[in-house]
Design a binder for this molecule. Structure first.
Ligand code: HEM
Length: 200
């Protein structure tokens, strides 16, 4: 369901580009449609991807494939936003305002994450360096939040990313895991404090 929803925005963008190439709509209309399909859907896709790990803690089911697919869709939407902006305003304008710097940083950092989101890169880099590189996801998240905060447009995507950060607070993460364990019938398996954990 999530994967089907996430596919709609890229299809709209491909449709708009195709229609412009065939001369059915103007370049201006293509840019407008592609930006509309890339901006809020892009934030929401990133937010959903950022929530994949908390969902995994809660359900106990691997979300690796969902996260990977959402990551790919997010990058394509982000790239589309960058390209459409460049067509509209020129590449030189990409750093002309703080909110644009934030958007450009998010796109620039998402690129190496996208390129290395495969097993081959994991093997080449080694898991330790790969994980370190992919911590840049947090910087992308902050840059995206800054992008929309500076515009003054807080939407669902911003809320999802905030929830993703909240779920990663260690106490909240432990709470989610304990509730999930209890639901699955595992009695009090995760003690609250590190001291207690040592005792066990
Ligand atoms: C990296 C992924 C990006 C995401 C997810 C994203 C998301 C968004 C969102 C949600 C909005 C608000 C849309 C609205 O008001 O309806 C927005 C606006 C905008 N973004 Fe981005 N953006 C991204 C990258 C970029 C980049 C790279 C640029 C250009 C350098 C850019 C330029 C703009 C501009 C010009 C606006 C319109 C601002 C306004 O309405 O005053 N964005 N973006």
């Amino acid at each position: 369901m999530v994967l089907v929803l996430a596919t709609i925005a890229p299809l709209v963008i491909v449709g708009a580009v195709g229609a412009a190439l065939l001369g059915l709509i103007s370049v201006g209309a293509m840019v407008a449609v592609a930006l509309a399909a890339g901006e809020n859907p892009g934030m929401i896709t990133f937010g959903a991807m950022f929530l994949a790990s908390p969902v995994q803690w809660w359900t106990g089911r691997s979300q690796v494939r969902v996260r990977k697919y959402l990551g790919i869709v997010f990058f394509l939407l982000a790239l589309s936003n960058g390209v459409m902006f460049a067509i509209e305003s020129g590449v030189g304008a990409a750093l002309s305002a703080p909110f644009l710097v934030a958007g450009t940083v998010a796109l620039a950092l998402a690129a190496p994450l996208f390129v290395t989101s495969n097993r081959w890169s994991q093997r080449r880099l080694g898991m330790r360096r790969w994980r370190l590189l992919h911590k840049a996801t947090y910087v992308v998240a902050v840059a995206l939040m800054a992008h929309v905060l500076l515009i003054g447009d807080i939407g669902l995507g911003f809320v999802l990313i905030s929830l993703g950060f909240a779920a990663r607070v260690p106490a909240v993460k432990r709470w989610i895991q304990r509730r999930a364990d209890r639901r699955r019938g595992i009695a009090d398996p995760r003690p609250d404090t590190p001291a207690l954990q040592l005792e066990r």
